[in-house]
Design a protein around this ligand. Structure first.
Ligand code: NAD
Length: 255
């Protein structure tokens, strides 16, 4: 098989959470460009409607909040109605915080864990239940972070949630492999998006960039290949894995 064939997603139905900006918007475009039909799910309907127009009839914009189980059931229903059973979930929606642990409020802790961990689990559960009921194989790609492996100051809740996503990825992979549902994760390093733009553009940005061995933050396109690998036939024997995409950040020694 040639590369175009093994990465081809024709006939696949994807659902991308948090598709209204950043990595999620890019993921949706890449999946559609490689043949998938894509349900764009986010709270900001206007944004995903604009993205839908850019992608065309292979995409549908569906309002949904990942922390609201009923709203996500409705989103899966709407995706099914548009394209059929979702067999590729990209669990991408996420939020950040920037408070030292001793200052972190319970509300902030819960907001981050709710979105970045609980919702990832329940969206994966919803997607896999539907795939199992339809006897359809598929793939789930969770968006973790290098902060699921290492830690930094000011992001305790975020790091705990992302570490949970990596462990959850293994647990779900183990339970779902027998039915042909693969569960994997991507762990990006720094990408300049809405979630961290102010931080990366601020005084810490230059220092952080110096710590990345390739000398730059991640950019559009750096996650395309890894995503397609986990989503497509090319990754048919990969499950329970977390692929780190960080320009070497995690292997660099801190000076
Ligand atoms: P982003 O802020 O542009 O995207 C996150 C998206 O999730 C936003 O569109 C936001 O509206 C959406 N979202 C948040 N809560 C939601 C909810 N309750 N329901 C539905 N949508 C919701 O930032 P991004 O960098 O594109 O983040 C995408 C994912 O990548 C996140 O999980 C993030 O943790 C992860 N990540 C980002 C980086 C980075 O450096 N940018 C690094 C590692 C991991």
């Amino acid at each position: 098989m040639n590369a175009a064939q093994i990465f081809d997603l024709t006939g696949r139905v994807a659902l991308v959470t948090g598709a209204s900006s950043g990595l999620g918007a890019r993921f949706a475009q890449v999946l559609a460009a490689n043949g998938a039909s894509v349900a764009l799910v986010a709270r900001r309907l206007e944004r995903i409607q604009q993205l839908q127009q850019r992608i065309g009839p292979r995409a549908v914009a569906i309002e949904g909040d990942v922390t609201d189980r009923a709203s996500m059931k409705r989103a899966f229903d709407a995706a099914e109605k548009a394209f059929g059973i979702v067999d590729l979930l990209v669990n991408n929606a996420g939020v950040a915080h920037a408070n030292r642990a001793i200052d972190l409020t319970e509300a902030d802790w819960r907001r981050v864990l709710d979105t970045n961990l609980d919702a990832v689990f329940f969206c994966a559960q919803e997607a896999s239940r539907r795939m199992l009921a339809a006897n359809k194989p598929g793939a789930i790609v969770n968006i973790a972070s290098v902060l699921g492996f290492g830690v930094a100051k000011g992001v305790a809740a975020y790091s705990v949630a992302k570490a949970g996503v990596i462990q959850m990825t293994k647990a779900l992979a183990l339970e779902l492999a027998f039915k042909g549902i693969r569960v994997n994760a991507l762990a990006p390093g720094w990408f300049d998006t809405e979630i961290n733009h102010d931080y990366l553009a601020g005084p810490h940005g230059a220092t952080l960039k110096r710590e990345v061995p390739v000398g730059r933050f991640g950019a559009d396109g750096d996650l395309d290949g890894p995503l397609l690998l986990l989503a497509s036939q090319a990754g048919s024997y990969i499950t329970g894995a977390t692929i780190v995409v960080d320009g070497g950040q995690m292997v660099a020694l801190r000076g």
